[in-house]
Design a protein around this ligand. Structure first.
Ligand code: ATP
Length: 468
């Protein structure tokens, strides 16, 4: 018997299929994941006819806890039951025309349905009807490819990728997610068909890209995207980071491979997709800000600021959300040098307060990004930076407890300042507000109302004297 993870539900599907006298199979990703022992909540059931009837019958048996949706136009149905999503589709045959990745569909046999699948490991089916319950139907040796960790297409790869170029992204995504090799013939086909990616929507591309980014070692996927030339088409800004230059014997590191190293380092410590995106984009403006200065070598002054300003266009091109997620990435890109600068020098209270003030609740994520950014191979430097980061971290905790600077609100609002001095809105109020903030961040006064008021009165008098 096959190691079904949800045996009870398959027994039920089986009895429904027998009552309706229909052939039914579990197919695709769920079957692959059973053998890989990966949890998967999406079950695809393929039937030879009567897909909707099978779903309806199963729904009756499952009772109220199950929810059925029928899509008559597509001849498909879906059942949501606990955390499972079960799709029912009739077996189909597909053919493509060149301008679209949407196939022309007609009814077909199980074999036709397996032939339309992208990879051999995704084309395996397991019978759930009485006459074939638990039987593996694996016409393209997907099982062997699972064992050998190979991504291979059932049909000629040139045709597979040209028909639906999203499959190129999927091949690389599975390789990165599962740690599988894409067979050479397939890799060459992706390289030669790469231009076909233009018929795929940006949303679909970034859907796969995000899955690559969420894999345990995302550099695997990015290197494949780069080597096949797909990355140049879908995300040209990151490709510009690749390469080094030497002038007068001085060179700079390859920022593409550095970025991938940072991304892998960070991925060992977080599953936060947007934090991972901030690693991808932290040095994105290095090519645009690169200068050679005699005596200094290469510099990238202001790359954090320019990088943060590049984020919205990159997000828009990739159809990533232009909301607070994007702002979070921008903020981390903008601040990514700050803890490193601190960790290289003497760590002053005032600098740590300012960092805490600007990073707010994202301070812990920023520290994770910065630690991941240490890619030097010099063990002494690594040791020194990590030690200094520890000092930064403990100072952060100490000052946070003392000064409550995370998501800081001034102890006196603009209105209170106006009331105190009988001012109307204008430049003076802004000057006083900034002076108050700086005095608190520099540790000159306590972060409370009384100390703030006293300081403001002194500051106001000082300003009045200057005015006179
Ligand atoms: P995941 O669940 O990790 O997103 P998956 O491939 O298992 O990946 P789906 O994307 O829902 O999940 O696809 C389900 C199945 O449909 C696949 O296993 C494959 O057999 C088939 N499939 C999906 N996309 C394609 C495609 N573009 N071309 C051919 N077959 C596809």
């Amino acid at each position: 018997m096959f190691p079904f993870l949800n045996e009870n539900i398959f027994k039920l599907i089986s009895s429904c299929a027998d009552e309706l006298q229909v052939d039914a199979y579990i197919i695709g990703g769920y079957v692959r994941d059973v053998f890989l022992k990966r949890p998967n909540k999406d079950i695809d059931v393929v039937t030879i006819g009567k897909g909707i009837e099978l779903a309806t019958k199963l729904h009756e048996k499952l009772g109220k806890e199950a929810h059925l949706s029928v899509f008559k136009n597509f001849g498909t149905a879906q059942i949501k039951y606990n955390d499972l999503e079960i799709e029912f589709v009739g077996a189909r045959k597909e053919s493509y025309n060149r301008d679209s990745r949407k196939p022309i569909v007609e009814d077909g046999s199980l074999n036709d349905d397996q032939l339309r699948r992208d990879f051999t490991i995704n084309a395996m089916a397991i019978g759930v009807s009485k006459n074939n319950y638990g039987k593996l139907l694996d016409p393209f040796n997907g099982m062997q490819d699972l064992e050998n960790k190979i991504i291979r297409t059932p049909l000629e790869p040139q045709i597979t990728y040209s028909d639906d170029p999203l499959r190129m992204m999927r091949a690389i995504r599975f390789s990165s997610q599962l740690g599988f090799e894409i067979e050479e013939k397939s890799r060459l086909a992706i390289t030669s068909q790469k231009e076909r990616i233009e018929i795929v929507s940006a949303e679909r591309i970034s859907g796969e890209l995000n899955k690559i980014i969420l894999s345990a070692k995302p550099s695997v996927g990015f290197k494949l995207l780069f080597d096949t030339g797909l990355l140049h088409l879908i995300f040209p800004e990151i490709v510009k980071l690749q390469g080094t230059e030497t002038i007068n014997g001085q060179s700079h590191k390859d920022n593409f491979y550095h970025t991938l190293e940072v991304l892998d380092n960070l991925s060992a410590n977080t599953d936060n997709l947007w934090l991972r995106w901030s690693a991808i984009l932290h040095d994105i403006a290095k090519p645009a800000t690169k200068r050679f200065e005699d005596g200094h070598g290469f510099t990238f002054h202001g790359h954090e600021d320019k990088g943060a300003r590049m984020v919205p266009k990159i997000f828009a091109n990739l159809k990533l959300p232009l909301n607070e997620k994007m702002k979070y990435v921008q903020k981390l890109v903008l601040l990514h040098l700050r803890p490193i600068v601190l960790a290289k020098t003497e760590v002053s209270d005032s600098a740590v307060r300012r960092l805490l003030f600007e990073a707010g609740d994202d301070i812990d994520d920023l520290m994770l990004l910065c630690e991941a950014d240490i890619t030097t191979k010099n063990p002494n430097k690594i040791k020194k930076y990590l030690q200094n980061f520890e000092i930064v971290r403990s100072k952060l905790i100490e000052l946070e407890e003392k000064d409550r600077l995370r998501n800081w609100q001034p102890p006196l609002s603009g209105e209170q300042i106006m009331e105190l001095f009988g001012l109307t809105p204008g430049r003076e109020v802004g000057i006083l507000k900034n002076a108050l903030r700086d005095a608190i961040l520099d540790g000159l006064i306590q972060n409370d109302f009384e100390a703030g008021k006293k300081f403001l009165i002194e500051k106001y008098n000082e300003l009045m004297i200057v005015k006179k």
